[in-house]
Design a protein around this ligand. Structure first.
Ligand code: FES
Length: 123
């Protein structure tokens, strides 16, 4: 069961993302930092965790540098895996067929909010 926190972080204005474009963010889940990013494609905004399914590394090589030069895919800077903007599916590279982990986001009055996950429980 996925626990909902009902806490949200204001990420940025939709206009700051670009279309297509991407914008990274960090939230604190208790004392743990979690990194994510939002992507806009044709007026719709999607959220993902900034973790590559290949080797668990961050995708961006510089702040907000998540996309290919042509901005038609998300690209991992480590080994070049390519992901679709609107569903996070890997369509090329070492994690072909796997997907980015989605991040629950909402757009309210042209501002993007990301849900803050509850503090992880270490067992
Ligand atoms: S860690 Fe992303 S392609 Fe290897």
């Amino acid at each position: 069961m996925v626990e909902e926190s009902n806490e949200w972080l204001e990420v940025c204005a939709v206009s700051k993302i670009g279309d297509p474009g991407a914008f990274g963010f960090k939230v604190m889940a208790g004392k743990y930092p979690l990194f994510g990013f939002v992507v806009q494609k044709e007026g719709t905004v999607y959220g993902y965790k900034n973790v590559c399914p290949h080797a668990g590394r961050p995708l961006d090589w510089a702040p907000n540098a998540f996309l290919t030069k042509t901005k038609d895919h998300i690209m991992c800077s480590a080994h070049g895996a390519m992901f679709e903007l609107d569903n996070g599916l890997c369509v090329g590279g070492p994690c072909l067929g796997r997907s980015l982990m989605p991040w629950n986001i909402e757009v309210r009055n042209d501002t993007v909010f990301a849900e803050i996950p509850p503090e992880p429980v270490i067992i």
